[in-house]
Ligand binder design. Sequence first.
Ligand code: AP5
Ligand code: MG
Length: 213
Amino acid sequence: MKKILVLLGPPGAGKGTVGSILSKEWELPLISSGDILRENLKKETEIGIKAKKYVESGELVPDEIVMEMIEKELSNFIYNAGFIMDGFPRTIEQAKMFDKLTDSNDIKVIYLKADDDFLVKRLSLRRVCENCGKIYHLVNIPPVKEGICDVCGGKLIQRVDDREDVVRRRLKVYKEQTAPLIKYYKEKNILFMVNGEENLKNTLSEIKKITEW
Ligand code: AP5
Ligand code: MG
């Protein structure tokens, strides 16, 4: 049996933070659609050029582009033990495609729940390393040296889509296009809700209790 963890939740709920910690602990690869897209934007690849306007304005990148990207990622590597998905699937269309590539007996979907106002505030204090992508929070998870990444020494920046107006747009898009996945996975009996507003220690232990991995 494979261990496939799907992290579902609104922007800022903690998918990337939780995903990167559990990926190290469980020695499972982390596949983050947002990170892959941002890497493509940076390198100005064909995908990056097509995706840029969507990512920067907080809209979802069209399904065909993202599905092809993820399909390629999953076929390029052998994920015998499983993997952690951060930010994919994000539409019913993407979930149906993911169903074809996986066995639902292997999957646990963690829905990290948090309120809009909480998330807007939390994201205003997020910083990320422009070099390695490590995620910080100025109050909750600050770097040792201000403005500098603990891991690689890179510069900490604010994501372009963390401007308040774009965050509000992302929250709206989430409700319209991604939240329907909660019902979709509930009906398959593989959805587990976790409070995304808790401190990191509690959130992680809650997820471990659920997965028993
Ligand atoms: P993506 O990068 O996936 O962004 P998102 O879903 O909006 O989520 P975020 O990365 O903003 O938040 P997160 O949940 O990872 O929170 P984090 O751990 O950083 O997508 C970006 C864009 O790419 C989309 O808008 C879209 O355009 C495109 N895209 C991506 N996937 C797509 C797809 N499948 N289909 C179509 N388009 C797609 O945490 C947030 C902050 O809180 C941090 O500062 C962190 O340090 C802090 N924090 C986290 N957890 C805790 C905790 N428990 N306690 C205290 N602080 C915490
Ligand atoms: Mg993220």
